[in-house]
Design a protein around this ligand. Structure first.
Ligand code: GLC
Length: 550
């Protein structure tokens, strides 16, 4: 199947919408969201103005980690549909100009995977055993941290069948594949071919820093991992030009950029450290956390792009902050101890921001203004709430709220059969917070998000431009110009709760006329003096800078 036409580096101008298929829309009335349901809702997604969808795991899986525990890489889980339905989805998405990104969970499988079943039964020295990482004791690789701290006490679990310990960086039922074993690497390249042959446009490389293990290291970001990624990229480029690889590497900027290689590893990587700092800047009402981390972020190869996000299907991870910063963020954003999970916070965007519309607009505007490709998490465009009563990360994975009708319009099934219960907390109840209600109201968050997306889509500077910070006369403000060729966008943010005068130093753009993007209103020409703008509480403005032709 051919991908849609367009530039090979389409991901630079993209806005990605992250969808948990099982919670999006139920096409067959069994209470679970599925591929047919998602296909039926593609018009909604296209109308939002995003350009790509990222689908959470689809492969056959026992579902003990929401599909990140793969049982078979080449089978679709029957709960979400069939390969034919996946084909239909790709075609329907491409027909609407939407790219499709799926998961490549390459670090580990489910313990139910045939490879693991074969490996645990194979005797020592048999190459089948070497598909996974075994040890006679649980002491090896002792410098590797435990990621799921709330659930696992060790990265080793004893297997009675194999009479040995096996290595796992996540749940004990997710044994890590042994990338030192050549057949594993070959098998993974075949999996990549399988999904690209189906027509997917991009793959998110789940948990990619942990592929290899070496004694006396953290077992993260090892040179061997990067060497494998270069092979994977070369193999993908040779057969599938224009397809994208996105690294999920929850790392500091200097380690994360290494996933781009010199433009020969991944095309994209998530910027994990920026995310918590957006929340910190919002809370402290000052720009420093943002400007510091951006200053610390090295330049990336021309063909590469950051993926930027506020929330996703996991807890809001606080791994990429200092201990003091983590305590601060926990104190401010997770007052209820139930909201804490591993090293993070299991809330959706709206509850994090006290359901304050101004804050939701401000933080989305920030996300949409920085160099990179924004990723939106389904439901956050309507300000959905969460449910701390559900275990693990399920509270942020509840069904999409489509309407005030039966099961929030998500499913025809008996309410007790729903994949997860609907949000019924009064402030976020599905009868109020839903797509249908917000479509009708011109001032809704949904319609505001659509306008924001439409404006962004008109300005290539957002996706491709360089960033130039401007002095705004206050630590509570942030101002910069994004510039790509003739396209220039001035972005100004007042992070504080009070109205402020912001005398901007725009001397580099003297003689140009700022035109506000939402309303098209012309502002005074930039002259020799500071350019004075006042912004209300948590306000922001986007201007295009026009060169006046005499
Ligand atoms: C990634 C996923 C997360 C999953 C983990 C283990 O971090 O985002 O949901 O549990 O990998 O596969």
């Amino acid at each position: 199947m051919t991908p849609i036409e367009g530039p090979l580096d389409w991901y630079k101008d993209a806005v990605i919408y992250e969808v948990r298929v099982r919670s999006f829309y139920d096409g067959n009335g069994d209470g679970q969201g599925d591929l047919a349901g998602l296909t039926a809702k593609l018009d909604y997604i296209a109308d939002l103005g995003v350009t790509a969808i990222w689908l959470l795991p689809l492969c056959l899986s026992p579902g003990r980690d929401d599909g990140y525990d793969t049982e078979d890489y080449e089978k679709i889980d029957p709960a979400v549909g069939t390969l034919e339905e996946f084909h239909a989805l790709i075609q329907a998405a491409h027909a609407r100009g939407l790219k499709v990104i799926t998961e490549l969970v390459l670090n580990h499988t489910s313990d139910r995977h045939a490879w693991f079943q074969r490996a645990r039964r194979a005797s020592k020295g048999d190459p089948d055993r070497d598909w996974y990482v075994w040890s006679d004791d649980d002491k090896r690789y002792g410098d590797a941290r435990i990621i799921f701290k709330d659930f696992e006490a060790s990265n080793w679990t004893w297997d009675e069948e194999a009479k040995a310990y096996y290595w796992h960086r996540f749940y004990h039922h997710q044994p890590d594949l042994n990338f030192d074993h050549p057949p594993v690497r070959e098998a993974m390249l075949r999996v990549v071919d399988f999904w690209f042959a189906l027509g997917v446009d991009g793959l998110r490389l789940d948990a990619v820093p942990y592929l290899y293990e070496r004694e006396k290291t953290s077992c993260e970001n090892l040179p061997e991992t990067h060497a494998f990624l270069r092979d994977l990229r070369a193999s993908a480029d040779a057969r599938w030009p224009g397809r994208m690889l996105l690294a999920e590497a929850n790392q500091w900027p200097e380690d994360a950029v290494r996933y781009f290689g010199s433009g020969d590893e991944c095309h994209m990587a998530f910027h994990f450290p920026l995310m918590p700092r957006l929340f910190m800047a919002m809370r402290r009402e000052e720009r420093k956390p943002i400007t510091e981390i951006l200053a610390r972020t090295p330049d990336i190869p021309e063909s590469c792009q950051w993926a930027l996000f506020l929330r996703n299907h996991d807890e809001l991870t606080l791994e990429m902050v200092t201990h003091e910063e983590r305590d601060y963020l926990w104190r401010e954003y997770a007052k209820d101890p139930q909201a804490r999970l591993n090293l993070g916070i299991r809330h959706r965007l709206a509850p994090l921001l006290q359901n304050d519309r101004r804050r939701m607009e401000l933080i989305n505007a920030l996300l949409f203004s920085f160099p990179g490709t924004p990723v939106l998490y389904y439901g956050d465009e309507i300000g959905m709430g969460d449910n701390l009563g559900l275990g693990d990360r399920n509270g942020v994975r509840t069904p999409m709220q489509w309407s005030p009708g039966r099961n929030a319009g998500f499913s025809e099934a008996d309410p007790s059969a729903l994949v997860l219960p609907l949000v019924t907390a009064p402030e976020y109840h599905w009868q109020t917070v839903n797509v249908e209600n917000q479509r009708r109201n011109e001032s809704s968050l949904l319609n505001w998000m659509r306008r924001l997306l439409a404006l962004r889509g008109k300005h290539p500077a957002f996706g491709r431009g360089r960033i130039e910070f401007c002095d705004a006369g206050s630590e509570h403000a942030l101002a910069f110009v994004r510039e790509h060729g003739e396209d220039r966008v001035l972005c100004v943010f007042n992070l504080s709760r009070y109205t402020r005068p912001l005398p901007l130093d725009l001397s580099a753009w003297k003689g140009m006329t700022p035109v506000e993007l939402f309303g098209g209103v012309r502002f005074p020409v930039i002259g020799d003096e500071r350019w004075n703008l006042s912004l209300g509480p948590r306000g922001f403005c986007w201007f295009t800078l026009k060169v006046e032709v005499p």
